[in-house]
Write a protein that binds this ligand. Structure first.
Ligand SMILES: [Zn+2]
Length: 485
């Protein structure tokens, strides 16, 4: 088998390029992480899931020990100060609590932990070192307790976002301040009042601006230049533009990262997500409350719904899309009953799809094809199952695979479904119900309709109503059920 070349869309060049790592024994990726002042919303989940899939693909292509993924935690920010004051708690309590929930949320979405999750507050020394380099080289200056980056000192500032200067000024919501030499100059360091978090520096007690944090953490953990830098499309300007300005001017390289990748926007039911529209939804609410669509959703459903759209396309987050993702997963669970995880190997078509700028949409379609093939009488179901498992590992369905029903325990997934519709509350014996449903399915397949009807009546007497249907994917007869009140 020939490994297909990995091609990635680079925002810097506006084109899809063959990915060539600086050192294939140490492939390095940095992704901007959360500012931990509030619950992460579902738009924040998109880059976390997208770059988790890229991380897994890189590990598959270059080997687990040859990829380093860094995603930072921004734990110093004016939004954090304001929120802690509002809630009357310490900054440390707010950032610790918020970060703990973020880690639980993204774990439930099936994301691996990055190799390093550096915290901004633990990299103040690196930030000061970069600022000193910039001042020495004439790219930054200190004024009234601030340190500012001198934008006109960099000839090709704006190479990533490619915006005209006046648009950049508007986009950066530039603050006009007397200590600035140019309106475009941005803050690297600012003075802190006594009641604000602050660190000693050559320019007095103060705290960092947001952009310098990522330049410092990526330098510390990945070096002066590295392979991939990722984040949401909204970070291109000013955040990533300014990261590039700081790192390139401090270290004197032509690039900070070779490839800049950005995921598209997420909207909810056709509208921009906003607190004022009332459609603002957090990962935590989706997982644990009935706020979206009147019910909670398993992490694997949220993950699949996200991956069905290519990462650069805008995504419309809808209840219908989640229901469809759930149906697909149910079908995969049924088809993979008894599948083994040993010797799992993804199909070539699947790897080719992911290698084409992380085309998860095409990759999920390939898994469907394997699912259908595993049911075809002429196919080799064992091989197709093994390939499906291999594919699902790479798009991050580890937990799903761990919970696959055993071959001989044909009732386990049926029991799971019944318990989901409230059987325990209705006092139904799940084991017995599962056995009866399985027996009836077998009777139907054998066209023993008298037996099938008899069992149906027994189940009805227990309070379980059956509904027969044809599976839309495989055309196979299936049974769904609900608990009668
Ligand atoms: Zn960043």
């Amino acid at each position: 088998m020939t490994t297909p070349q990995l091609r990635l869309y680079n925002t810097l060049t506006r084109s899809k390029e063959v990915f060539v790592p600086i050192d294939e024994k140490n492939v390095r990726m940095y992704v901007c992480g959360p500012t931990v002042y509030d619950f992460a919303h579902i738009g924040n989940a998109r880059p976390v899931i997208v770059f988790d899939v890229l991380y897994r693909l890189l590990r598959h292509l270059y080997g687990k020990d040859h990829v380093k993924y860094v995603r930072n935690i921004t734990d110093v920010d004016d939004k954090i100060n304001a929120r802690a004051a509002e809630r009357g708690i310490s900054i440390r309590d707010l950032t610790e609590g918020t970060n703990r929930i973020f880690q639980e949320d993204v774990k439930a979405l099936g994301c691996l932990e990055p190799d390093v999750q550096p915290r901004a507050t633990e990299h103040i020394a690196e930030m000061i070192a970069i600022m000193q380099k910039l001042i020495e080289a004439g790219h930054a200056y200190a004024a009234e307790g601030h340190v500012l980056f001198a934008v006109p000192s960099m000839a090709d500032y704006g190479r990533l976002s490619r915006r005209p200067l006046d648009e950049m000024i508007a986009g950066a919501r530039v603050e006009v301040a007397p200590y600035k030499r140019s309106d475009m100059d941005f803050v690297l360091w600012k003075p802190s009042r006594d009641n604000e978090p602050g660190w000693d520096s050559p320019w007095g007690r103060g705290r960092p601006g947001w952009h310098i944090e990522c330049s410092a953490m990526s330098w510390k953990h990945l070096g002066e230049t590295f392979d991939i830098h990722g984040g949401g499309i909204d970070l291109v300007f000013p955040h990533h533009e300014n990261e590039i300005a700081q790192s390139r001017c401090a270290f004197g390289h032509d690039v900070m990262a070779n490839v800049w990748m950005h995921n598209g926007f997420l909207q909810v039911e056709g509208e921009k997500m906003s607190k004022s529209l009332g459609n603002f939804v957090t990962i935590n609410e989706l997982l644990h409350t009935d706020k979206f669509g009147g019910r909670s959703w398993p992490g694997e459903v949220l993950r699949l719904a996200m991956l069905k759209t290519h990462y650069r396309q805008p995504i419309d987050w809808t209840v219908k899309a989640l229901e469809e993702a759930e149906k697909t997963i149910k079908e995969w669970r049924r088809l993979l009953r008894g599948a083994s995880r040993s010797n799992a190997k993804p199909s070539e078509n699947f790897i080719a799809a992911l290698s084409d700028d992380l085309n998860t949409h095409a990759a999920v379609t390939e898994i469907h094809k394997l699912a259908v093939a595993s049911k075809s009488p002429s196919g080799e179901p064992y091989d197709r199952q093994t390939e499906m498992v291999g594919c699902l590992e790479i798009i991050g369905f580890d937990e799903f695979l761990k919970e696959l029903p055993d071959q001989d325990d044909v009732t386990s997934d049926i029991r799971k479904s019944i318990s989901e519709v409230g059987a325990p509350k209705a006092g139904i014996d799940l084991k017995k119900a599962g056995q009866l449903i399985t027996a009836r399915l077998e009777a139907r397949k054998a066209k023993n309709f008298a037996e099938s009807d008899r069992i149906r009546d027994d189940l009805l007497a227990m309070g379980i109503q059956l509904k027969d249907a044809k599976d839309p994917v495989t055309g196979e007869l299936t049974t769904t059920w609900e608990v009668k009140r």
